[in-house]
Design a protein around this ligand. Structure first.
Ligand code: 8IG
Length: 278
């Protein structure tokens, strides 16, 4: 019996999601003249400026010009895809246009950036985000390495009998490199909630109990798709607020943007140094 396309495994290059990523990669290659990118980064809340120190931005493409990408709905997300040449001559693809699960465009849209990165030839996927902190060792403005995740979206970017191992999903090798650059960096388990609402204090207590240190609305689904596509994954969060009930004041997106601005120079330098050391 013939399977419907939507039921086929996403490891199949003919799957519509992979064809869409190949079209995006072709558009990026055409707009930049760069046939292969080595590294890709997705910039989350607070990380919008952080790619500037990585190298020279040679091309900047509005996300709406690349198949499958959408203009950002979130303030503080640039909505562009850029190509950067690092000092060592590597090519970095910077995806400043993340589709979040809460936008309701489906999981394939959420991981389109990751699949496009793989189709552009990238070997490494760097996922950044802004998030809430649960672990009392953390405070607003602190970058934290993601050591593992809890995917609480109740879905997967993969379909079909595609059983992907997620042990050591967040590259121990690159985490070690990061700590060799800044030995004060802490690590934590990231909990991806579906959003778009923030949590209640009771939910935050539950998440702490099940082992979460960080909570946000991205990254886990993207990391799964990246691993499935064979990429080495590195995740880093900027704690922009302490989670509901841990911080005394109500949560708002303005503090998220402000924390990003305040931490900007430190996290930019850190990201640039990590990429230079890969
Ligand atoms: I920035 O406290 C940011 N994103 N779910 N909770 C959730 N997402 C976030 C939070 C937070 N802060």
């Amino acid at each position: 019996m013939q399977q419907r396309a939507s039921q086929r495994a996403t490891s199949d290059p003919e799957h519509p999601a992979n064809l869409s990523a190949q079209r995006a990669a072709a558009a990026i290659a055409e707009a930049t003249g760069v046939e292969r990118h080595d590294i890709a980064l997705t910039l989350g809340s607070g990380w919008g400026e952080a790619a500037k120190l990585i190298g020279e931005t040679t091309h900047e493409i509005p996300a709406s010009k690349v198949p499958g990408f959408h203009a950002s709905q979130v303030a503080g997300h640039p909505g562009t895809i850029s190509s950067i040449r690092t000092e060592s001559g590597k090519r970095a693809l910077v995806i400043g246009a993340r589709t979040h699960y809460y936008e309701g465009r489906g999981v394939d849209a959420v991981v389109h950036g990751v699949r496009t990165a793989a189709a552009c030839g990238a070997q490494t996927m760097i996922l950044t985000n802004g998030c809430g902190g649960l672990n009392p060792k953390f405070s607003a403005g602190m970058p934290v390495l993601i050591s593992d995740h809890i995917n609480a979206t109740a879905t997967s970017p993969l379909a079909g009998a595609h059983f992907v191992d997620l042990t050591d999903l967040y590259s121990p090798r690159i985490r070690e490199i990061a700590r060799s650059i800044d030995d004060s960096l802490l690590e934590g388990v990231y909990y991806q909630a579906p959003g778009p609402h923030y949590e209640t204090p009771a939910e935050i207590r539950m998440m702490s109990t099940v082992g979460a240190d960080l909570v946000g609305m991205s990254t886990a689904l993207e990391a799964i798709a990246a691993r499935a596509a064979g990429l080495e994954v590195f995740g880093i969060s900027l704690v922009t607020n302490m989670a509901a009930g841990i911080q005394e004041t109500a949560l708002n997106h303005e503090e998220v943007i402000q924390a990003g601005k305040d931490a900007g120079p430190r996290i930019s330098r850190l990201l640039a140094d990590i990429i230079a050391a890969l």
